[in-house]
Design a protein around this ligand. Structure first.
Ligand code: A2H
Length: 253
């Protein structure tokens, strides 16, 4: 943990009906996977959500209308910010594991894909953000490699009960152009560094370093209402917009 608080945008990824039997108690409520991101301007390129199969999550009543699925730690942190109905003790309606969430059908703000699915990522940390990550394989090396692993390894899909239709139809959506990196920067850098899987931590850290800085300082949007404008300018605009429309909230830890 750094000294500076990290300010995330929590993207409200709506869980579509019908809910699986295990989540029956949530029937009739507005339920969201609460994904923490530092890159709200990349939400056009979402292809899926990531959950940790062994991770412990809960469905928390966050205010009068919304239920968020996230870690207990994040629910408590959020309670001390401004969204919880019962600040000191957010109500957990049901405890869930990441495995319970795999295959949930989602609708996420700005995504060009109308429907996306919750899939397993093995490197999610449960002591950071909400424990839920939204996947943008065009620009996030971790997302690119985790999706590549699932697409190329039928045994990995079988192990976590992932249907082919939740993964195979989803292609990279180009959203940002970076000089010399092109419009699928994460894929290019993972190929250049010959990264083989989501578990190659050190190489992925290098890939993230390379894409993050260049993307932020030199990237240009190639989709959406801010097409042609610099990522640096657009990021705060998209963040404010998503929070004004109630599709996201700001979260710091
Ligand atoms: B970012 P930082 Cl396009 N475990 O969002 C692992 N990774 C997590 C996480 C957790 N518990 N919570 C959030 N994250 C990811 C978009 C994105 C992100 C892009 C490019 C880079 C990037 C789409 N995924 O992050 O350690 C989330 O992925 C590069 C680091 O707090 C979040 O932003 O700095 C980022 O890591 C937060 O990481």
């Amino acid at each position: 943990e750094g000294v500076q608080p990290q300010e995330y945008t929590i993207i409200k990824m709506e869980v579509l009906q019908p809910f699986p039997p295990k989540m029956g108690v949530l029937e009739g409520k507005r339920v969201f996977l609460a994904a923490a991101t530092l890159r709200p301007e990349t939400m056009y390129g979402q292809t899926n959500a990531w959950v940790l199969p062994d991770g412990k999550y809960g469905a928390y009543e966050i205010n009068e209308t919304d239920v968020f699925i996230l870690t207990e730690r994040a629910a408590l942190n959020l309670a001390y910010q401004k969204y919880s109905r019962v600040p000191e003790k957010p109500t957990c309606l049901i405890e869930l594991t990441g495995q319970d969430l795999i295959g949930l059908k989602l609708k996420s703000p700005l995504a060009f894909n109308d429907v996306i699915y919750a899939l397993p990522m093995l490197t999610i940390l449960t002591d950071k953000g909400t424990g839920i990550v939204t996947s943008v394989p065009s620009d996030a090396p971790d997302d690119y490699m985790a999706l590549h692993d699932l697409k190329s390894k039928p045994a990995l899909r079988a192990k976590y009960g992932v249907n082919d239709e939740w993964v195979l139809p989803f292609e990279i959506v180009p959203i940002i152009n970076i000089p010399e990196f092109g419009d699928r920067a994460a894929e290019k850098v993972c190929l250049d560094l010959k990264i083989k899987s989501q578990n190659e931590k050190e190489k992925l850290a290098e890939a993230k370093r390379l894409t993050y800085l260049r993307g932020f300082t030199e990237g240009t949007m190639v989709v959406g209402e801010f097409t042609g404008r610099k990522v640096q300018e657009v990021k705060p605009l998209i963040r404010s917009k998503l929070s004004e429309t109630g599709e996201a909230i700001i979260y710091s830890e």
